[in-house]
Design a protein around this ligand. Sequence first.
Ligand code: ATP
Ligand code: MG
Length: 669
Amino acid sequence: MSYGGDTTDTLGMGDVVSNESLANLLREERRFTPPADLAADANVTAEAYERAKADRLGFWAEQARRLTWATEPTETLDWSNPPFAKWFADGKLNVAYNCVDRHVENGLGDRVALHFEGEPGDTRSLTYAELQREVSQAAHALTELGVQTGDRVAIYLPMITEAVIAMLACARIGAPHSVVFGGFSADALATRIQDADARVIITADGGYRRGKPSALKPAVDEALTRPGTENVRSVLVVRRTGQEVAWTEGRDVWWHEIVDRQPEQHTPEAFDAEHPLFILYTSGTTGKPKGILHTTGGYLTQVSYTHHAVFDLKPESDVFWCTADVGWVTGHSYIVYGPLSNGATEVLYEGTPDTPHQGRWWEIVQKYGVTILYTAPTAIRACMKWGDDIPAKFDLSSLRVLGSVGEPINPEAWIWYRKNIGADTTPVVDTWWQTETGGIMISPLPGVTATKPGSAQVALPGIAATVVDDEANEVANGAGGYLVLTEPWPSMLRTIWGDDQRYLDTYWSRFENRYFAGDGAKKDDDGDIWLLGRVDDVMLVSGHNISTTEVESSLVSHPKVAEAAVVGATDPQTTQAICAFVILRGSAAEDEGLVEELRAHVAKQLGPIAKPKRIMPVAELPKTRSGKIMRRLLRDVAENRALGDVTTLTDSSVMELIQSKLPSAPSED
Ligand code: ATP
Ligand code: MG
């Protein structure tokens, strides 16, 4: 994308169509006040907003005291060289100690940290005391393999307990990890190894996916034949599936052979608050992934606080489940660092939601008594497609808070989630944040906010976000523009690994002194924030800016549509024409009449200008491995272009399928 370039400069986004359609989406004035018992006992109350507003840095200094520091920080923020922030710079701490050891020292060694559920049905519950032993042993093993403070370790594992243990072991010895999603190809793995100059790789023979073992080790072997990976000394291999693996003597080491024989005690060293904790590559929805660098003290402070505040976690009684993969930032912040720093008990599930049946997730909720569930709109829409009768077969009454992250959640999906999963009573928190922000930034608080389906609503206490126009002026309520963050925050990225200039260009050059998130947003009449999708995805139709999110939400609100992706394709008459790709719900049939019905539905809801020129029913949509729709590829298809970067795509055959369905010329209106 271009920053301050031509594309973004033409996008005002505050125009009539969007305002009307937003009013439309809000037409029923649906608000849900927090359940009284939750509100009465909430971890965070409305007062936190006031306190943070009066003294933002004081507020964060107070949150930093949630952690156990080896040396307490006396400084909060050093912003003398913006946008290169230092938080709590003179403090020292160990992240693994904060996530594991201190809970054991506090007498909680017998509390379950992780309920692991393998896809084939094997299970394992790991207490904090057991986690402490295994993290300590893994830390010793890494040291034996020559890993030193500052060395990068690549982690390429399935969703098994060793993934969490490996991350904590790296943190324990100050070796920044770079977790690469286990579904990525050898190519994607190789570029990430090269970029981070990793010294050790932690992997497995394979993992279980869709009912069968799926190999991982061959991708590592192949990646390590590529130039630029020569510095990898060792490959540590977890035995998970028992499948055959090729072996390079002197380089490959079985996890159980080296880890199990290590001492069970390990003294954690305290690191500077600004010591690098991890590098994580963004999901690549808009282009080439960026290596986002996060550091220690500020990151842990914010993920710990936000996990406590947004999910209202009561560590003694809650069972938390975040369904994300550890390969994404959501897995880093809300499987590993946030929940474990808070002493939570959580579920870790290896497989897919529909293996061996489409009720697998709900079966897990019932089995472990999950109280807080955090997932993505893409998964919610898949469940909508499979039908309401599936979750209805399970006892989901333990659930008390539901969360969503990753994409704008369509109001229809939000309502479905609350009704069918949350018994029409649990709050749904729609959390906006990014790999770059490290932790949640904009979200309702479950005991405080009257929620609105489809809106992330308000910046959390201590966070400053707003919506601005092309000239960087804050827009009035009811208008749209660009989402920006106006003050530094503790878990902000520190740079793009090895590329300070790209950090400056990407986030800090579009608007002076403001972080440009790349997302379009709108403020409603109450000043609440609605995310409208990526700025690159906004369509320009006959002089009107129309957000893809709004047209998609309108399509999904039709009873026959489960999922929709909308793009603007170049059009000689209207600049761009709206092209929609839809997945139909279970039993809906695809015919000419349906397409017309859907076009009319959108025109009625959003106005004639937003009526899609073309609608194509498809079986699947192109998604990143984290489940986000890759609209740029659909735009390539709609404009008959060669496809852009597809390395982060889940399944490249999806694109062939869609291309083969496409009529060569757009149909006339
Ligand atoms: P890349 O930056 O490489 O294109 P990406 O932006 O998909 O990839 P992530 O950091 O995983 O990588 O995703 C963050 C983005 O996801 C946000 O910028 C936003 O577009 C979207 N997003 C996340 N949560 C929400 C939400 N609650 N509502 C709307 N959009 C969201
Ligand atoms: Mg992004």
